[in-house]
Design a protein around this ligand. Structure first.
Ligand SMILES: [Mg+2]
Length: 258
């Protein structure tokens, strides 16, 4: 599928706007197609190549709810930075992100949920700073899971996503994550890409940055939340992300004659 001509033009204009350009992208559902089990997710080789090329001409960062080690293993791309664990871990030194130390509390919640949902298809994903409870295999678990997580210990919060509820330290979020990237790179122009509710804070952070901004909602089927689409400038199919990245590389490498 070819990119919409108007969107292609907007991407070219963004690439030729105030420098430097920062491209901040979500990982799952945006760079990596959604799969049934999160441990099976992969960023396609063509996308890794596109990211690597882009990182030679722009600042590129992956902003994800995955922990840093997992994210870096999924996208081992030279020159790409990471803000992981929903804004609680970064691949670079930053004073912007909140400090965390709540792993015991998170483990207590995890053990409790594992006991209560022992005989169900609930998927439990332990991460470095959080735990994600996936009900993709049985969406009817949404209501009982939400009820079980209604009252969390102080210092923790609940983060809903696409067929997942995640428990993580309070604070952080992708708005905070983008703030750390803006502080580091001082971008004149920003492209942000995301597919889920957690990404809306990053979209809003980009718009508040004062730079030139383009926000793309990534669609991978019918489950992209309406809030994500509403907060974006355009919607792009997940299979078109490589094309978006490649178009930026081309525009950045070959500016039009002045
Ligand atoms: Mg996502």
């Amino acid at each position: 599928m070819t990119l919409d001509a108007a969107l292609a033009q907007r991407l070219r204009e963004l690439a030729r706007g105030p420098a430097p350009l920062l491209v901040a992208s979500d990982l799952d559902g945006t760079l990596a197609p959604i799969v049934q089990r999160p441990e099976d997710a992969r960023v396609p080789p063509a996308t890794l190549t596109a990211l690597e090329r882009l990182a030679t001409v722009a600042h590129v960062a992956i902003v994800t709810g995955r922990d840093l080690a997992t994210a870096a293993a999924l996208a081992p791309v030279p020159g790409v930075e990471f803000v992981a664990s929903h804004g609680h871990e970064a691949s670079f030194a930053t004073s912007t992100l909140p400090a965390t130390g709540l792993s015991e509390l998170i483990e207590e919640v995890t053990g409790d949920i594992e006991t209560r949902f022992a005989d169900t298809a609930l998927g439990v994903e332990r991460k470095a700073r959080s735990v994600a409870f996936h009900y993709r295999a049985d969406p009817s678990l949404a209501a009982p899971l939400r009820e079980a997580l209604r009252e969390l210990p102080e210092g923790l919060r609940l983060q809903p996503g696409r067929l997942v509820l995640e428990v993580l330290p309070a604070g952080g979020g992708k708005g905070t994550a983008l703030g750390a990237l803006i502080e580091r790179f001082l971008p004149g122009s920003l492209l942000v890409l995301g597919d889920d509710l957690t990404d809306v804070a990053m979209f809003e952070g980009a718009r508040a940055s004062g730079g030139r901004v383009l926000v793309l909602a990534i669609e991978g089927g019918t489950e992209t939340p309406a809030e994500v689409v509403a907060a974006a400038d355009a919607v792009v199919d997940q299979g078109q992300v490589d094309e978006v990245l490649a178009l930026l590389v081309e525009a950045l490498a070959d500016p039009p004659p002045a």
